[in-house]
Design a protein around this ligand. Structure first.
Ligand code: ADP
Length: 380
C-alpha cells in the first residue's frame, strides 16, 4: 500500500538523514522502523505524511505519488501519534479525540459520540471524558493520543515512539492494546521505535536501520532473529535472540504427559500406582483439575494431602496457545524441571519435561534452517 522508492533526505546543513531507502509497506499490518537514535526513523515517517519532503525518490500510496496529492487530503488518510501524546491541554479528553471529525465538519454531538466510542475501543473509562489531559496518567494520555488518531477512521496510522515515555508495565499494556485494536481494525501502521523488543513484539515486518539512514535488514521478526544479515543487526538484536526466537513457535507440538497428575482426593492406590522412577514428582490438582503443586510420591498420604507443603508449580503455560518460549520458561523455573500445561480455563492439560521441550526446540531449529522464516507469531 505504501511504497518508499529510493528516497533520500538531505537536510540544508548537509546531513543525510535517509539514504536511498526503499521499502514496501504491506497493507493492514504493522511495519516497524527500528534502529539507534539518529538513524533516520522519524525523518522517514514524516516523509510519509509530507511533514518533511524528500530530496530524492518517491513515495507511493496505493500506487499514486504522494507528491501529487494535496497535503490536506493526504493527512486526512493518515492518523499520527507521537510520544507524550501531544494533546491539547485546554481541551477535555472527549474534545481532544473529536478534533479531526470536528475539522471535517461533523456536528459536535456526532463527533463526541464517535469520541466516546473510541475511548471504549482504546480501553479508557467513560468517566474520564470530561477531564483535561493533565488529570490523566501518562499511559491514559497515550491511549487518548491513539483514539484521536483513529477518530476519522484513516486507513493509515503513523506512530512515532508512541510508548517510549511510559514505564515498562504500562508500556506492555499499551502494546497489547495496540495489537488487539489492530486485530479489530486492520489499519496500515508504520511504527517507529528504538526498542528492538517492542519491534519484534508488535511488527509484522521490521525494518532495521543503521546510522546514515540506510536500511540494514527488512524482514518478519522471526526471520530477523533467525538470520540477521550482518554483525550490526546481530548486535542490535541483543544477546538472547535464540531464546526470543522461540516466541514464534507454538507449544502445540509438545507431547504432554498426564501420568504424574493426581487429584487432591486421590486414593492410596492411585498414588502408589505411579512409577516413581518415571515420575519422581507428582502434580497435585484441586477437584476441578487446577494445579496446586508438586510433591514426591512418598510425601503424599491419601486423604491428608497438605496443600501448604507442596512445592510451587510456578507459572503454567497455556497448551497450544502459548509459545515454546513460554513452555521453556516454565520448565526452567520449575523446581522439578517439568513445566505445567493448562487449558484456557486453567485446568491441567498435562506436564512436559525439559528434555521434551529441548527436542521441540531442535525441531524449531530444523524449521528455521529449511525455510528461514515463520509467520506463526503466538502469544507469550
Ligand atoms: P531518528 O528518528 O532515527 O532518531 P531522525 O530522523 O530524527 O532520526 O534524524 C536523522 C538524522 O538527521 C540525525 O542525524 C539528526 O540529527 C538529523 N536531523 C534531523 N532533523 C534535522 C534537521 N531539521 N536539520 C538537520 N539535521 C536534522
Amino acid at each position: 500500500m505504501i511504497r518508499i522508492d529510493s528516497v533520500t533526505k538531505r537536510y540544508p546543513d548537509g546531513t543525510v538523514a535517509v539514504d536511498r531507502l526503499s521499502l514496501e509497506i504491506p497493507d493492514r499490518s504493522i511495519t516497524v522502523l527500528v534502529g539507534p537514535s539518529g538513524c533516520g526513523k522519524t525523518t522517514t515517517l514524516r516523509m510519509i505524511n509530507r511533514m518533511i519532503e524528500p530530496t530524492e525518490g518517491t513515495i507511493l500510496l496505493d500506487g499514486a505519488d504522494i507528491q501529487r496529492q494535496p497535503v490536506n487530503t493526504l493527512r486526512r488518510s493518515m492518523g499520527y501519534v507521537i510520544q507524550n501524546a501531544g494533546l491539547f491541554q485546554h481541551r477535555t479528553i472527549v474534545d481532544n479525540i473529536a478534533t479531526v471529525p470536528r475539522l471535517l465538519g461533523w456536528s459536535k454531538d456526532k463527533a463526541r459520540a464517535r469520541a466516546r466510542e473510541l475511548m471504549e475501543r482504546v480501553g479508557l473509562d467513560s468517566s474520564l471524558a470530561k477531564r483535561y489531559p493533565y488529570q490523566l496518567s501518562g499511559g491514559q494520555q497515550q491511549r487518548v493520543g491513539v483514539a484521536r488518531a483513529l477518530a476519522a477512521d484513516p486507513p493509515v496510522l503513523l506512530m512515532d515512539e508512541p510508548f517510549s515515555a511510559v514505564d515498562p508495565v504500562v508500556r506492555k499494556g499499551l502494546q497489547d492494546e495496540l495489537l488487539r485494536i489492530q486485530e479489530e481494525l486492520g489499519k496500515t501502521i508504520v511504527f517507529v521505535t528504538h526498542d528492538i523488543d517492542e519491534a519484534v513484539k508488535i511488527g509484522t515486518m521490521v525494518a532495521v536501520m543503521r546510522t546514515g539512514g540506510r536500511l540494514a535488514q527488512y524482514a518478519p521478526p522471526a526471520e530477523l532473529l533467525t538470520h540477521p544479515v550482518d554483525a550490526f543487526v546481530e548486535d542490535f538484536l541483543g544477546a538472547d535472540r535464540g531464546i526470543r526466537r522461540l516466541s514464534f513457535f507454538p507449544s502445540a507440538g509438545l507431547e504432554l504427559s498426564t501420568a504424574p497428575v493426581v487429584p487432591i482426593d486421590a486414593t492410596a492406590e492411585r498414588i502408589a500406582a505411579h512409577d516413581t522412577a518415571d515420575a519422581p514428582y507428582l502434580l497435585v490438582t484441586d477437584a476441578d483439575g487446577r494445579p496446586l503443586g508438586w510433591s514426591e510420591p512418598q510425601d503424599l498420604t491419601a486423604g491428608e494431602i497438605d496443600v501448604d507443603r507442596l512445592v510451587s508449580h510456578g507459572r503454567p503455560f497455556v497448551a497450544g496457545t502459548d509459545s515454546l518460549r513460554a513452555a521453556l520458561d516454565c520448565a526452567v523455573l520449575s523446581p522439578t524441571g517439568w513445566a505445567v500445561a493448562v487449558d484456557e480455563d486453567g485446568r491441567v492439560a498435562g506436564v512436559v519435561s525439559q528434555q521434551a521441550i529441548a527436542e521441540a526446540i531442535r525441531g524449531a531449529h530444523a524449521e528455521g534452517r529449511t525455510d528461514g522464516r515463520t509467520d506463526a507469531k503466538v502469544a507469550g
